[in-house]
Design a protein around this ligand. Structure first.
Ligand SMILES: Cc1cc2nc3c(=O)[nH]c(=O)nc-3n(C[C@H](O)[C@H](O)[C@H](O)COP(=O)(O)O)c2cc1C
Length: 357
C-alpha cells in the first residue's frame, strides 16, 4: 500500500519503497520486442516538420512522456521530489506525486509533496491517491498540490503481498465513480505495474473515467518490493503476475474512442516510448528508470539524458516519416511472437495494425 494508518510506519514504508526500487534489478526482458515498427525509406519530411505535442486529460502537453508517481512522505522523498520537479520544469514535462495520503494524515510530511508545486509552479502536476479514499480526501490532495489532475491508483496485488495491506476492494469502483463525478479536475485511474485488461477498461469507462494509465508489468514490481519487506509467507512465485505494458496496450485498442490511454510500466528507452505511442498511447509515463538514473548519475547527467530523449524522439518520428502523434498512430506495426499469441487468445485484431493506414 502507498498509504498507511500509522505515520511512522508510513514514512518507513516510503523509504523502503525508494530503497528497494533503486536496489532491485530491472526486468531483463524487453516486453516490447514483439512490437515491430514498419520502416519506409523515403520519409518525405524535414526535422523542422516534426511536432512531439500531445493532449491528454483535457490538457495540451509539449512532449509525449512524463514523470510518473513515486514518492512523498519522508525526508528522502523531499530530496527526490525536488530534483524530479526541477527536471520536469526544465523540460516542460508533467509530473505526478506519490500517494498524498501521508500528507493528509501527518502535516509534517506536507512539504515533501508541496516541493513539487514549488519547483514547478506553472507545470502540469498530478496528485496521487488510493482508490478507497473518499471524495473529500481527493479534493484535499488536489488542493495541497494545487494539482491540475488527480491520479487514483489501483494496487490490489501490492496490498495483498503487504502484511499490513488492505483486503477490501469491493467499493473501489463505486468510489471512483463518485470522485469522477464530483471532482472539478480531470481524474486519471492508474495501475502501479500490473497492467489493465479490456474488462478493467470497460468497468472504468462505464463509471465515467476518461483517462487511464495502463502501468503494466516490465519495470518496478511492487510484488517484489513488498515481498522483500516481509519474512513469511514468501510471494516470489507471484512475480510474473499481471499484464505487460504492450499486452495492456493491445487490450486498450477497442477503447481509444472512449478513453485517453497513457502507457507506463517498464519504460526504459525512447524506442519503447515510440512503440507505446504507435499502439495508441497519448502519453508515456516513466518512474523507476528516471529515479535510478537520477540516483546513480546525478541531476546534471539526468538533465542531459532527458534532452537526449526528446532529440531521439524527434529523430525517431522523422525516421518513420511521422510528422506528429496522429501520423505515428496510423503507422503500420507488426505484432510477433508471444505478444501475437496473447492478441489471438484475447480476440484482439492485431492484424489491422500491420495494414495501417
Ligand atoms: C519508489 C516508487 C514509489 C511509488 N509510489 C507510487 C505511489 O505512491 N502511487 C502510485 O500510483 N504509484 C507509485 N509507484 C508506481 C509508479 O507510478 C509506476 O506505476 C510503476 O513504478 C511502474 O512504472 P516503472 O516501471 O516506470 O517504474 C511508485 C514507484 C516507485 C518506483
Amino acid at each position: 500500500m502507498f498509504e498507511s494508518q500509522d505515520p511512522k510506519i508510513a514514512q518507513q514504508r516510503k523509504d523502503d519503497h525508494l530503497r528497494l526500487a533503486l536496489e532491485l534489478p530491472t526486468v531483463a526482458r524487453d516486453f516490447f520486442e514483439d512490437v515491430r515498427l514498419v520502416y519506409h525509406s523515403l520519409p518525405e519530411l524535414d526535422l523542422e516538420d516534426i511536432s512531439l505535442a500531445t493532449s491528454w486529460a483535457f490538457h495540451d502537453h509539449s512532449f509525449p512522456f512524463y514523470i510518473n508517481a513515486m514518492t512523498g512522505g519522508s525526508g528522502k522523498a523531499t530530496h527526490y521530489n525536488r530534483q524530479l520537479a526541477i527536471l520536469a520544469r526544465e523540460h516542460d514535462l508533467a509530473i505526478a506525486s506519490g500517494s498524498v495520503s501521508a500528507a493528509l494524515k501527518d502535516p509534517r510530511t506536507v512539504e515533501s509533496f508541496q516541493v513539487i508545486r514549488q519547483e514547478h509552479p506553472q507545470g502540469f502536476v498530478l496528485a496521487n491517491l488510493g482508490a478507497h479514499q473518499p471524495l473529500e480526501q481527493a479534493q484535499r490532495a488536489v488542493d495541497l498540490l494545487e494539482a491540475n489532475a488527480l491520479q487514483i491508483h489501483l494496487n490490489g496485488p501490492q496490498e495483498i503481498v503487504m502484511p499490513e495491506g488492505d483486503r477490501h476492494f469491493s467499493q473501489w469502483l463505486t468510489n471512483i465513480e463518485k470522485i469522477v463525478q464530483h471532482l472539478p479536475v480531470p481524474v486519471i485511474v492508474k495501475e502501479v505495474g500490473f497492467g489493465m485488461s479490456q474488462e478493467t477498461l470497460q468497468q472504468l469507462a462505464s463509471v465515467g473515467v476518461e483517462t487511464v494509465d495502463l502501468a503494466g508489468r516490465g519495470g518496478t514490481n511492487f510484488i517484489d518490493i513488498e515481498n522483500q519487506r516481509r519474512k513469511h509467507p514468501n510471494f516470489a512465485n507471484l512475480l510474473d503476475f499481471g499484464l505487460s505494458t504492450p499486452e495492456s496496450l493491445l487490450e486498450s485498442l477497442p477503447y481509444h474512442n472512449q478513453l485517453d490511454i497513457l502507457a507506463s510500466g517498464g519504460i526504459q528507452n525512447v524506442q519503447q516510448v515510440v512503440k507505446s505511442l504507435a499502439l495508441g498511447a497519448k502519453g508515456v509515463g516513466v518512474a523507476g528508470h528516471f529515479l535510478k538514473h537520477l540516483d546513480r548519475e546525478g541531476y546534471e547527467a539526468t538533465h542531459a539524458y532527458l534532452q537526449d530523449w526528446k532529440e531521439t524522439l524527434r529523430l525517431s518520428f522523422l525516421m518513420l516519416g511521422c510528422r506528429n502523434l496522429q501520423d505515428l498512430q496510423q503507422h503500420p506495426l507488426v505484432i510477433t511472437g508471444q505478444l501475437q499469441e496473447w492478441a489471438r487468445a484475447r480476440g484482439i485484431d492485431y492484424q489491422a495494425l500491420a495494414q495501417r493506414p
